[in-house]
Design a protein around this ligand. Structure first.
Ligand SMILES: Cc1cc2nc3c(=O)[nH]c(=O)nc-3n(C[C@H](O)[C@H](O)[C@H](O)COP(=O)(O)OP(=O)(O)OC[C@H]3O[C@@H](n4cnc5c(N)ncnc54)[C@H](O)[C@@H]3O)c2cc1C
Length: 422
């Protein structure tokens, strides 16, 4: 179908199926629902009952409430006509226009939006999936937090020998992208504080940040990242550049020219698009992201849209971009149904807000740069804007003020991840 060709309108209800309850999926559903277009039905298919705010996961690891990063989808869609169904999508039959859930249910669609995000990529490096900690979900963050606390407690109780204490209080973060930087900075401050509380010499705590590229935050300009690097070193983070990991074994990491001993290795260095995009037979790039046209429609498809991390656009991989995709997809589907001209998508310059330890962040917006406490205030404002996008203002303010989520109970967010070596 040519881009602006009108869709044949009948009185029959048009069904919009959205797969994924992350930034892109939620934004599409909320924006489309607000339009109250007659004879339309929106169904959100999700594999978990809550929305996760990954941007605040690092604070969960270092002691903040896990509830802050977890918002039940039922609260987001409480006063809307969006139907939220929990069913992990197993496959999509494009010919029949049917989504197949793991439950065995079949969902017919007129328009399909896929926003299933990305997954951790270990690049087939030996031992990584078995021995390292991930940082992609609330349950992984909670597991890491428990591990850090237990590690320092064990350190005090079990080891009087300083060498063993050093190994135990050694944390290795692999990957100095935004997630690795914010995590390393938080952990060094948090672990030293815990060590002092537990009566362990805080100078035994060490945090190493390992990066394969010649500098930290390689995707951002060096004129911006230099100060963040300086601040990290000031906090006590040891930064190793030009080092890639070759393999991991129990309590050991092997780089090209050195071996490091540590009980805690956290992998933040790779994500790839969810396999569902390729499995659906969509055109994907080498990272598994679906190719899209100027309407965020999957290339070669007439009624399938891709939003968020899974869309191959210039700035996908950020929450702000995913929110923007979701809203735009809603506008395009509405235009198709109402037989209006389709709006062309233009991606906005995002604000890069990199927290680096408690109360400190670096901000980059175009050529504008800001660091320190004021940067931190901007970062919190960005967090607040995210909450406002997915929740009514009153609830967003409540979460933000109390630093807690409106989850009735923590249980839906803190599902135990399978334990690895600990
Ligand atoms: C630790 C961390 C920190 C980050 N910090 C920032 C930050 O500070 N700023 C920023 O802009 N971005 C940040 N990001 C990136 C940001 O989180 C992503 O870009 C954003 O979440 C992408 O949104 P999305 O909708 O594409 O995917 P997601 O938000 O990941 O949502 C995917 C949804 O799909 C669901 N799903 C997956 N598979 C299925 C299936 N088969 N069936 C049904 N549902 C399924 C998932 O449960 C989830 O609801 C961070 C990411 C991480 C991991």
């Amino acid at each position: 179908m040519p881009h602006c060709a009108p869709v044949h309108m009948t009185n029959k209800e048009k069904k919009i199926i959205i797969v994924g309850g992350g930034f892109a999926g939620v934004a599409t559903a909320l924006r489309f629902e607000k339009k109250k277009i007659p004879n339309t039905k929106i169904v959100l298919l999700v594999d978990r009952p809550h929305f996760e705010y990954h941007g605040a996961l690092y604070r969960t690891v270092t002691g903040s409430s896990p509830l802050e990063v977890c918002i039940p989808l039922r609260d987001i869609f409480k006063d809307t006509d969006v139907e939220v169904l929990e069913d992990k999508v197993a496959s999509i039959n494009k010919t029949e226009q049917v989504v197949l859930g793991s439950s065995g249910s079949r969902y017919h669609y007129d328009y399909l939006v896929i926003g299933v995000g990305s997954v951790t990529n270990f690049f087939s490096i030996e031992g990584l999936d078995k021995y390292s900690y991930g940082m992609k979900t609330v349950s992984e963050a909670i597991r890491l937090k428990q591990h850090i606390v237990e590690t320092l407690l064990t350190c005090k109780i079990d080891f009087t020998n300083k060498l063993e204490q050093i190994c135990d209080a050694h944390f290795i973060v692999i990957g100095a992208g935004a997630t690795g930087v914010e995590l390393a900075a938080e952990i060094v401050v948090y672990a030293k504080k815990l060590a002092t509380e537990y009566g362990i010499d805080p100078s035994l705590v060490s945090v190493d940040l390992i990066e394969a590229a010649p500098r930290i935050l390689p995707g951002l300009p060096e004129s911006f990242t230099k100060r963040i690097e300086h601040h990290l070193r000031g906090l006590g983070v040891n930064i190793f550049l030009n080092r890639s990991i070759e393999r991991e074994e129990y309590e050991s990491v092997y780089l090209k020219d050195m071996q490091m001993k540590a009980r805690t290795v956290i992998w933040t260095a790779g994500v790839r698009a969810n396999d569902l995009y390729a499995a659906t037979g969509l055109q994907v790039d080498k990272r598994g992201k679906a190719e899209v046209d100027e309407y965020l429609r999957a290339v070669g498809e007439t009624n399938i849209f891709i939003g968020g991390d899974g869309a191959n656009t210039l700035r996908s991989g950020m929450a702000q971009t995913a929110l923007d995709h979701g809203k735009h997809i809603a506008e395009v589907i509405a235009a198709l149904i109402l037989e209006k001209k389709l709006p062309v998508h233009r991606e906005h310059e995002p604000i890069y807000a990199i927290p680096s330890g408690p109360g400190w962040a670096g901000i980059l917006w175009g050529n504008f740069k800001l660091y320190g406490k004021s940067g931190w205030a901007v970062r919190r404002l960005v967090d607040f804007i995210v909450f406002v996008h997915v929740l009514p203002l009153g609830k967003a303010i409540k979460i933000f003020q109390t630093n807690q989520s409106i989850c009735d109970s923590c249980s839906i967010c803190s599902v135990e991840a399978p334990h690895k070596h600990d």
